[in-house]
Each structure stands twice: as structure tokens, then as C-alpha cells.
Design a protein around this ligand. Structure first.
Ligand SMILES: NC(=O)c1ccc[n+]([C@@H]2O[C@H](COP(=O)([O-])OP(=O)(O)OC[C@H]3O[C@@H](n4cnc5c(N)ncnc54)[C@H](OP(=O)(O)O)[C@@H]3O)[C@@H](O)[C@H]2O)c1
Length: 253
């Protein structure tokens, strides 16, 4: 049995990935495993999906979820053709202001869960399999008032680049996707409403359906990083050549 594993499948970009998978014949697997906390949302999406789905409600900030996924993989022994590490969350606020639990939740989901799921899934991948890690433009430069979030995404960027080299010999592709803001539940969950951040109010938004569709294409083409929109591609180049302190002045949330 061939399988695609999609985390954060219940809304936003995850939902767009599921729709894009249904439309893209090159990515057809026997099942898509949908992971997120909200079971009902996953069941609704599974019912509407063009591909057979297995609903796996898990809280990925709980390490027991990794054991459960590992158990399922060992039981089903699928060939995992694609892993999309998409689940993630952010919070606006200074380190000294935010409750520490909200800060460690970002680390647990964006860093620990992504790492654990990748490590658990890799033994079930073969040549031609792919991993898409959803990163962010926040990985390019530390964003004050989103210091923890941008640090978790810097980890995702570095992890993806290192992993890409490690698994190249096995014929496994790794892509890191770095979108700018998208109008998804991420923003209210992070506490980003209009007026909270001038930067967010001014930035051009990315369309999640387009990001998902293009990410699948870039992954298949063997690309290492995909940054949607020319504006953010330019920002990424600037972040590489200009001093970090200077870039941080323009990147405050
Ligand atoms: N939207 C943006 O502006 C933006 C920009 C750049 C990058 N990103 C990245 O894009 C990815 C997708 O975010 P999105 O914009 O689609 O936001 P979203 O709509 O809030 O989706 C987040 C997904 O993660 C799941 N999730 C959250 N906490 C979880 C937990 N503890 N355990 C399991 N699943 C959990 C959510 O499902 P449940 O609530 O059902 O668990 C949901 O399916 C994230 O990695 C985010 O960092 C977003």
C-alpha cells in the first residue's frame, strides 16, 4: 500500500494540500493519512476527498502521538511516497510577555513533532519518495515579537537542508516551502488581527491553494527550497547578503 502522510490537514494550507493531491495524478497514493486534532473536520474533508483518506486524530504536542503513528506504520507497513510536515502554529508577543506554555507549544509542534514524524517515517520511504516541510519567510531573519516562531522556522529550514543531503543517496527528495502570510486560521490563532502589526497589514499575501499546488510541482522537480511570490524571493536574497541587524529593523512584527 502506498501512502501520503499530511499533518495539519484540518484547515488552511493542509486542506489546500489535500485538494491539490486529489487533482495531481503524479502524486496518487492508495491512501492519504490525515493528521490533526479536530477529528470531525478531518472526517468531513476525508468524505469530500478525491483520494481515499484515513483519519488519524492526534495532538502532535503530545509525544504519545509519535508512538501511535509509529505503531500504525509498523502495523500497516505502507510505502510512504510523500510526507507533508505542515502542522504548525505561531503566537505574536515578546518572549518576556507570552506565557511560557504558548512558547514551548510552538517548539513542540513546529520543531519536535516535525523532527519525530520525519524520523519515524523515513524507514518506510523508498527511492522517489518525498518530504515537504512547511517553513516560512519567518525563517530568513529573526522577527522580533515573533522571536520563538521565527526561530522554530529557522530550525525547519536548517533541518530540511541537512536532511536533504543525508537522504539524497536513497533517492528521497526534501523540499522546504517558505510562504509569506496566508489568510488561514494561523493568523487568529497567532493573535494577528488587523491593527496588531503594521508589517502584517502591509505585506502581500500568498494564496494557500496556489502554494500547495506549486509545492507539489517543486518537490517533484527535486527543488530544495520554494519561496512563493517575487516579493519574498527578493526578501530571501536580501536576507542572505545584508547584515542581520539591518534586516531585523525591517522585519519587526
Ligand atoms: N498562514 C500563514 O500566514 C503562514 C505563513 C507562513 C507559514 N505558515 C505555516 O503554514 C503551516 C500551515 O498553517 P496554516 O496557515 O494552514 O494554519 P492553520 O489553518 O492554523 O493550520 C494549522 C494546522 O495545524 C494543525 N495543528 C495545530 N496544532 C496542532 C497539534 N497540537 N497537533 C496536531 N495538529 C495541530 C491544525 O489542526 P487542529 O487545530 O485540528 O489540530 C491545522 O490543521 C504552518 O506550519 C505555518 O507555520 C503559515
Amino acid at each position: 500500500m502506498t501512502v501520503t502522510i499530511l499533518t495539519g490537514a484540518s484547515s488552511g494550507l493542509g486542506q489546500s494540500f489535500l485538494e491539490a493531491l486529489g487533482q495531481d495524478k503524479k502524486y496518487r497514493t492508495d491512501e492519504v493519512w490525515l493528521i490533526a486534532r479536530r477529528r470531525e473536520r478531518l472526517e468531513e474533508l476525508a468524505e469530500r476527498s478525491a483520494i481515499p483518506c484515513r483519519v488519524i486524530p492526534l495532538d502532535l504536542t503530545d509525544p504519545a502521538s509519535f508512538t501511535e503513528l509509529e505503531r500504525l506504520l509498523n502495523e500497516q507497513k505502507p510505502e510512504v511516497r510523500l510526507l507533508i510536515n505542515n502542522a504548525g502554529c505561531g503566537k505574536v508577543g515578546k518572549v518576556e510577555e507570552l506565557p511560557f506554555e504558548q512558547q514551548t507549544q510552538m517548539v513542540d509542534l513546529n520543531v519536535r513533532a516535525l523532527t519525530a514524524i520525519t524520523a519515524i517515517t523515513l524507514p518506510f520511504m523508498t527511492a522517489g519518495s518525498g518530504i515537504i516541510n512547511v517553513c516560512s519567510i519567518a525563517s530568513f531573519v529573526p522577527n522580533t515579537r515573533m522571536t520563538v516562531y521565527s526561530s522554530t522556522k529557522a530550525y525547519v529550514s536548517s533541518f530540511s537542508a541537512g536532511l536533504r543531503e543525508e537522504v539524497k543517496g536513497r533517492g528521497i527528495r526534501v523540499l522546504s516551502v517558505c510562504p509569506g502570510p496566508m489568510a488561514t486560521e494561523f493568523l487568529p490563532v497567532a493573535g494577528i488581527q488587523t491593527g496588531v502589526s503594521k508589517t502584517f497589514d502591509r505585506l502581500p499575501y500568498c494564496n494557500p491553494d496556489r502554494v500547495a499546488k506549486k509545492s507539489l510541482q517543486k518537490a517533484l522537480a527535486g527543488r530544495g527550497v520554494y519561496t512563493p511570490r517575487g516579493f519574498y524571493k527578493f526578501y530571501r536574497v536580501l536576507a542572505k547578503i545584508l547584515p542581520r541587524g539591518l534586516m531585523m529593523k525591517f522585519s519587526k512584527v
